[in-house]
Design a binder for this molecule. Structure first.
Ligand code: DQA
Length: 148
């Protein structure tokens, strides 16, 4: 199985930005942790981070054309604004997508409560910090195995 792990704007600043919300593990270490856990599960992962909306749309489309088995995405602030990313996720169904947030967006400012992407994702994992990416991979593995 191969999964695309996508991170949106400012996720590369985790470990520096708002540590009381996002924790102290830096982005490089989060990616190393994801790769390590993917390895243990025999999953290939491609990890990509961008601060630009269109780059994330391109990456979602690429996952489709390269026949990847699933996507884990933390769209970051674009969660709450981007119809383009939501449309891209919808466009590539039936490739399963799991939305991840380090923080619990439902417990934060009102504008973070709504996700344009969530209706097109099989699940939303929030508030578990970096572990959320691993939980999301496990959800994808289960989803893919169920379809075999
Ligand atoms: C986030 C939550 C978003 O509201 C915020 O804009 C982020 C990170 C999270 O991982 O908790 O940048 O997606």
């Amino acid at each position: 199985m191969k999964f695309m792990i996508l991170n949106g704007p400012n996720i590369n600043m985790v470990g520096i930005r708002e540590k009381s919300i996002y924790g102290t593990m830096n982005f490089e270490n989060i990616i190393a942790y994801i790769k390590d856990e993917a390895n243990k599960r025999n999953i290939d992962v491609e990890c990509y981070q961008s601060n630009h909306e269109g780059d994330l749309v391109d990456a979602i489309q690429r996952a489709y054309f390269e026949h990847m088995d699933g996507i884990v995405i933390n769209p970051a602030a674009y969660t709450h604004t981007s119809v383009a990313i939501a449309d891209a996720i919808k466009a590539i169904s039936p490739i399963p997508v799991v939305e991840v947030h380090l923080s619990d967006i439902k417990q934060r400012e009102e504008f973070r409560h709504h996700s344009y992407c969530a209706p097109y994702c099989i699940e939303q994992v929030k508030g578990h910090g970096p572990l959320g990416y691993i939980m999301a991979m496990d959800i994808l593995i289960k989803n893919v195995e169920e379809k075999l």
